[in-house]
Ligand binder design. Structure first.
Ligand SMILES: Nc1ncnc2c1ncn2[C@@H]1O[C@H](COP(=O)(O)OP(=O)(O)O)[C@@H](O)[C@H]1O
Ligand SMILES: [Mg+2]
Ligand SMILES: [Zn+2]
Length: 502
């Protein structure tokens, strides 16, 4: 009985699962049956597979064809199975030897004329294939650079079904990837470009050192965007594993750059406030795509004009901020994407956004309410606030600010100190440490926390505000090479708190 097996990969979020496709071509009413939870797009592959086979000068068997995808319980979506489906059919017709299909994973959508079209998520698919013991992979030619990032699996790129058949039948060579390139010559933007704004620069340094989220408030044209863009330059480079995890997200989003796909520069993602919810947190039809929060994984999410984003969008950030991932509920089930980022929020002090506060035309109530649009639960996670002021001749004369390399050196030393202190607890940065831990196990002596007690008594500070200040104070201690904060550092930390009515 003619039976053949081919392999492809199903993606759930950034997790791939190898799928076995069994083809049975036999007697019975001519027809084409797909079994094993295929979605609508996969059903359409029947027509594509048939046309592609015929247009690649192969005979289409006018018989009863059953294609079973297993594991059957695994959800399978999209068009990436086309190539494997076609090869399984041709295997069952003994056009292709089964030995050529063994331990070979086949990825790609087929055009009607037999061309192999690119699909999203080739990188995580190959990671899964390698883990499942697959030895080689055939991918669309355009995915070769991306596929080459996965070591330990032999990768071949093809432009069309005919080339794949020649490869599997006769061993005719397909395209092989070139060496992995690292073209990180692009000079990152430097902090030295930012004139004045000592407070905000200091806040960015603390944020980078402690992993704190930060809010910058100031009139237009004061350098909020400039500073945010320079923030990633202060963060440590990604490790190899992290770079691969980020590349996997980009691959699924269809946003993996061709050149240096395995960049170790933390991402900087700046969605506009007119973005859709799907663009921010992920979604879309069919295979849910990762959104900005996931593209910013292990890097920085910059939300400019934060109060303009609207409550629903800002609220949607809470899960990723708390859990470091987003879960997207779909009709067919839930998909999770990683989303552990540092948030940089920027806001004008009021809706009319004048260059100078004195030119503001907003009624005082409007002015006060504007930043109030940022919800309490969101701001609870933002440990640092900094005000920015119009750049004056005076601040310009204050001399050159430090450059990125200088500040980064302090940031890295501080991060190392924090990581060591918390390593036994599984936290990497001060921002991750829950308030109660800082108040109990790592409680500071009474005299040191006096400013916090005073603020709480006077009602100027909430308990959460006190926790935020404590976290920041620990980062200031790390930056200063101290083993714990003193009273002065607590005062400095309090300086970077929320003073909305500014
Ligand atoms: N502090 C600053 N130092 C140097 N240039 C600045 C500064 N603030 C603003 N600029 C100039 O103004 C432009 C706009 O700054 P931007 O960062 O977009 O301001 P904002 O985001 O606060 O509106 C910058 O490209 C830069 O040329
Ligand atoms: Mg701006
Ligand atoms: Zn105003």
């Amino acid at each position: 009985m003619p039976l053949a097996r081919a392999h492809s990969v199903a993606l759930l979020g950034v997790d791939g699962h190898v799928v076995e496709i069994e083809a049975d071509v036999g007697d019975g009413l001519p027809g084409f049956h797909l079994v094993g939870l295929p979605d609508a797009a996969l059903h359409e592959s029947k027509d594509r597979v048939r046309a592609a086979i015929v247009n690649s000068d192969q005979k289409w068997p006018n018989q009863r064809i059953v294609l079973a995808l297993s594991p059957a319980t695994l959800r399978k979506a999209g068009s990436a199975f086309d190539l494997a489906l076609a090869c399984a059919v041709l295997g069952a017709k003994e056009v292709l030897p089964q030995a050529a299909l063994d331990r070979t994973v086949l990825l790609g959508e087929l055009a009607l004329d037999g061309r192999l079209r690119p699909v999203r998520g080739v990188l995580p698919c190959l990671l899964a294939a390698r883990a499942a013991g697959m030895e080689r992979a055939v991918v669309p030619e355009s995915a070769l650079t991306e596929a080459a990032l996965v070591e330990g699996i032999e990768v071949h790129g093809a432009a069309g079904l005919d080339a794949v058949l020649a490869f599997l039948q006769h061993g005719h060579a397909l395209h092989r990837p070139g060496p992995v390139v690292h073209d990180e010559v692009v000079q990152p933007l430097d902090l030295a470009d930012v004139v004045g704004q000592d407070d905000a620069r200091h806040a960015m340094e603390i944020a980078a050192a402690g992993g704190h989220h930060v809010l910058l408030v100031g009139p237009p044209g004061t350098g909020k965007t400039m500073l945010a863009q320079r923030f990633v330059g202060l963060l440590p480079r990604l490790g190899a594993e992290e770079a691969l995890a980020l590349a996997a997200v980009r691959s699924v989003a269809g946003r993996l750059p061709g050149g240096d796909a395995l960049s170790t520069v933390p991402p900087f993602v700046a969605p506009h406030h007119s973005s859709s919810m799907a663009a921010l947190v992920g979604g879309g039809s069919g295979l849910a795509r990762p959104g900005a929060v996931s593209l910013a994984h292990l890097g920085v999410l910059f939300m400019d004009e934060a109060p303009e984003w609207g409550a629903a969008m800002l609220d949607a950030l809470r899960t990723p901020l708390e859990e470091g991932e987003v879960r997207l509920a779909r009709a067919e089930g839930t998909v999770a994407y990683p989303a552990r980022f540092q948030l940089v929020l920027a806001a004008n002090p009021c809706p009319c956004a004048p260059a100078h506060d004195r030119d503001c035309v907003c009624p005082s109530l409007v002015r006060r309410r504007y930043l109030g649009r940022l919800s309490g639960p969101l701001l609870d996670r933002v440990d640092l606030r900094a005000r920015m002021f119009p750049v004056t001749a005076l601040s310009a004369a204050s001399g050159e600010g430090e450059d990125t390399a200088t500040v980064r050196a302090r940031v890295h030393a501080a991060r190392a100190a924090a990581a060591q202190r918390w390593s036994a607890f599984g936290w990497r940065t001060n921002a991750e440490v829950p308030g109660p831990v800082l108040r109990t196990r790592f409680a500071l002596p009474r005299p040191v926390v006096r400013p916090l007690d005073a603020g709480l008594r006077a009602g100027e500070l909430t308990a959460r505000g006190a926790d935020r200040a404590l976290r920041v104070a620990w980062t200031l201690a790390d930056l200063g090479g101290r083993d714990r904060p003193d009273e002065d550092l607590i005062e400095t930390a309090l300086y970077f708190r929320d003073r909305r009515a500014a």
